[in-house]
Design a protein around this ligand. Structure first.
Ligand code: ING
Length: 312
């Protein structure tokens, strides 16, 4: 048995005016709870240091860059990394990354128990739009503020297990899980900030949002025989509701633990990495069952091309 006690550290809302120091104090409080609960690893949501700023249209690049971190850890987050090292707890956390070359990514990192960064992922599937859209009830400008990730879907060895990361919209794309499944991933860590309503379809409310979020991560777990830890930032940020829905999913696709609130909340579950072995050796033994000679479109074609040649 290779058990890793995972703490999914859901965050309640972060208001636009909330300073990073106040947010980091919340992250540290969750980390102390995780220590008391016997956690080995704590996972924080996407963009866990700030409000979900892609909802705001900004034209001044200095204003945009103020939402980004130029290094990690940095002065604001050092208290979190120090406490994690004291507790001997590994972390995964999401933040907006501004590289020394001036590139902007929506990033998630993974540390070992000593606080060393052992893995980095940059969000590949960026939803939303690059320009202000007056038709939308609210903006979703990730395509404006971030570049698509340039690291692929890496898998890292940490704490005796094979771990990978996704960010938010990535969880809706089966290709993302399979890229890691083909590397033997046993534990997928992801965070999300998902608006509770659809800015283009008022008929789609929180219940359907929750259904799609659960469906996506349960499918990804089951179809790749891996654990998936999916952590929300939730609640109302400056009048804009974010959906909760923090879950821990086992390698059979079963939700074994779920958050109950829209606030800061730690969801804990002991995850045995050996629970991935049976699925990988039987129904999802990729080497025995996959027929890649028939999977031609998945990696060679981006959009729909119907048999009659029409597109969309
Ligand atoms: N948020 C949302 C997500 O993928 C979204 C955007 C919601 C897209 C619902 C499509 C449907 O969960 C982020 N940050 O990707």
């Amino acid at each position: 048995m290779r058990e890793i006690v995972v703490g999914a550290a859901q965050l309640g809302p972060i208001q636009r005016a909330e300073p990073r120091a106040a947010v980091v104090a919340r992250l540290v409080a969750l980390l102390d709870q995780a220590k008391a609960a016997g956690c080995d690893l704590v996972v924080y949501p996407e963009l866990c240091l700030t409000t979900f700023f892609p909802r705001w249209f900004m034209e001044d690049q200095a204003e945009v860059d103020a939402w980004f971190e130029r290094e990690m850890p940095n002065a604001a987050t050092q208290p979190l990394f120090d406490r994690a090292r004291e507790h001997g707890i590994a972390l995964s956390l999401g933040y907006a990354e501004l590289t020394p070359e001036g590139r902007h990514f929506n990033t998630q990192i993974l540390t070992d128990r000593a606080g060393r960064i052992v893995g980095k992922y940059r969000k590949i599937h960026l939803p939303g739009h690059p320009e202000f859209d007056p038709e939308r009830a609210f903006q979703h400008l990730e395509k404006r503020y971030f570049e698509p990730g340039d690291l692929g879907f890496p898998v890292f060895r940490n704490m005796g297990a094979w771990m990978g990361m996704l960010i938010c919209n990535d969880r809706r794309w089966p290709e993302a899980y399979r890229e890691m499944g083909l590397q033997g991933v046993e534990l997928v860590l992801l965070g999300f900030n998902t608006p509770s309503v659809n800015s283009q379809n008022a008929g789609e409310g929180p219940e359907m949002r929750r259904f799609h979020s659960d469906l996506s991560v349960q499918a990804g777990a089951y179809q790749n025989a891996t654990w998936v830890v999916s952590v929300a930032k939730a609640g109302v940020e400056d009048g804009h509701p974010l959906n909760a829905g923090t879950v821990i999913v086992d390698p059979n696709g079963v939700i074994v633990a779920r958050g109950e609130t829209e606030a800061d909340e730690l969801v804990v579950h002991p995850c045995d990495m050996d629970a991935t072995v049976f699925g990988k050796a039987t129904i999802f033994d990729f080497k025995r069952h996959r027929r890649i000679e028939h999977y031609t479109r998945i990696a060679s074609q981006t959009g729909v091309i119907r048999p009659d040649g029409t597109e969309r």
